[in-house]
Design a protein around this ligand. Structure first.
Ligand SMILES: [Zn+2]
Length: 183
């Protein structure tokens, strides 16, 4: 088990569409590490690319609000359809620390996904789980909550976003330089 670093806004892996999972044999370790990382960061959902892994995989745990629920693992997911009713809810994001935005999304989402046992399901979700699923699906497609709001809402975070992007780029540059000195 290991806590992985959550990558922030500005890292190119958060702007690309993630690859399908074809190899299931080493997934358990990745998923364990993702749960460790999510709990450490106090998040309720985490997409694989948020810890630098380019795979269509995300996890959600909303048991703090619903004790009858359990932690979820979604693999190779795609949105089949969404309901016509929309609602507004404030979302934060582990890859956008310090930013919270009211995001409008459909109330229900029908998701096709695979389990760790490679079984396929198609299921409709609503409430907080349905919202978290849509947030994580956005990540796997390279979309942030800042892309889901208007310019007026986004402008208040202009400086914060610039700072995040600069910090991420500095981190990537210094990691590259360190790698150059492996002896
Ligand atoms: Zn997020």
């Amino acid at each position: 088990m290991a806590v992985l670093d959550v990558v922030h806004y500005g890292d190119p892996i958060l702007r690309k569409k993630c690859k399908s999972v074809n190899e299931f044999s080493n997934l358990n370790k990745i998923i364990d590490d993702m749960f460790d990382s999510m709990y450490e960061a106090e998040g309720i959902g985490l997409a694989a690319n948020q810890v630098g892994i380019d795979l269509n995989l995300f996890i959600i745990d909303i048991t703090h609000t619903d004790e009858t629920d359990e932690p979820h693992i979604f693999i190779n997911s795609s949105i089949v359809s969404t309901g016509s009713d929309e609602n507004m809810f404030q979302e934060g994001c582990l890859s956008l620390p310090g930013i919270a935005l009211d995001v409008k999304r459909p109330e229900t989402v029908k998701l096709k996904y695979q389990t760790i046992k490679q079984e396929w399901f198609e299921e409709e979700f609503s409430g907080l789980l349905g919202r978290a699923i849509q947030h994580e699906m956005d990540h796997l497609n390279g979309v942030f909550i800042i892309d889901r709001v208007g310019e007026v809402e986004k402008i208040q975070y202009k400086t914060a976003l610039k700072e995040l992007r600069n910090n991420t780029q500095n981190r990537i540059t210094s990691e590259k330089q360190t790698k150059g000195f492996v002896l």
